[in-house]
Design a protein around this ligand. Sequence first.
Ligand code: AQP
Length: 339
Amino acid sequence: DAVIFSMIQPTGVIHLGNFLGAINTWKQINDKKRPDQKIIYGIADLHALTIPKKDYSSQLKTNRMEAIATLLSCGINPQVSTINFQSMVGGYHTELFWYLSCLAPLGYLNRMTQWKDKKSGDQTKERLGLFAYPVLQAADIMIYKGTHVPVGDDQSQHLELTRYLSERFNAMYNVDYFPSAKTLYSKSKKIASLSNPSKKMSKSSEDRLSMIYVTDSPESIREKIKKAKTDSISDTFYFDPVERPGVSNLLEIVSGFQQKTMKEVEKDVSQLHDYRSLKEYVSDVIIESLAPIRSNYTKYTNDKSYLESVIQQGYESSQEIAHKNLTDIKKIIGLSNDF
Ligand code: AQP
C-alpha cells in the first residue's frame, strides 16, 4: 500500500511557493485518495527549533495553530488525510532519528545545500540540530514507511538522503523493510522571489515584497505584483526562465493556480501588450484563487476547539502506525526483549 507523507514547518502563514510547490499537490492527492493509500501531513514543529530563537515559545504556539488552520483552509480534509504535529509523535520520530544518525555519513550531511545556506560559518555557534535536520526529516518519512513524498524542488536533496538511509538500513540489517520513498513534484515545483527571481520565494526572506502569503489582502497582492521585478525585453510575454526570470515566474504562478500548461498560459496572455496589464491579469488570477482560502482561514482560526479535535484525531491515527513500525524496527536492530 502507498503511504503519502509530507510536512511543513510552522513558520506562520504559508506563501505562494509553499502553496503551489507543495500544499496544492497535497490537496489534489487528498481529493483523489484511493482506498489503498494512507495520507499523513505533518507540521514539523521539531524542525522549527533548528534555528533557535529566544522567547519564542508563545510565537511557536501561535504558529503551530496557524499552520493547522492554513492546511484546513487550503482544502486538506482531516477525514481523508491525517494531520499531525511532529512533536506529538516526537518520541517515535526522534528514536528512529537516532538509529538513522548512527548510519548517516558526516560527509553526506556536509554537502546538503540547505545546511550550507543556513549555517553561520562560526563553529562555536553551529548547532547539531540544524546539521542533523535532514536525518530527522528522513526519520519523519521512514517512521510511517512513506512511499511518496510531495515536496518542492528545494527538498530534492533531502529526499535523496532519505532513500540512501533506507537502503543503508535495509543492507545493514539484511532486510527489505523500508521502501524507497519517491519524490512527487508539483507542476510548479519552484516559485521564485518576486523581488529577486534568481532566488526561491522563501519565508526567511526579510523583504516583505518578495512573497505573497495565501492570506494576503487583494490590495497587498496587487501592490506586491505591481512591484515584482520583471524586465524590458519585449511587451509580448512568453516563458523563458533564463532570459526573463521575473516574467516567467509570474506565468508560472498563473499556470500553477489555473493548472494550465505553459503553452495555454502564453496563449491567454498573448492579448496583453504592456507590463501593467500583465501584472493586473496575474493579480486577478491570484486574488480570485486565494479568496476561498482567505475566508476559510478566518473561520478556522476562530474555531480552536475544532482545530484541537483535528489534532487529537491526527495524533491517534499516526501514533498507532508509528508505534507499530518502531516496534518492528527495534526488533530488526536487535533491541527487542523477546530473548
Ligand atoms: N519557493 C518555493 N517553490 C516551491 N516550493 C517551495 N517550498 C518552499 N518554498 C518553495 C515547499 O514548501 C514545502 C514546505 O516547506 P518548508 O516547511 O520547508 O517551508 P520552509 O522551508 O520554511 O519554506 P521556505 O519559505 O522555503 O523557508 P526557508 O526560508 O526557511 O527556506 C516544502 O515541500 C518545500 O519544498
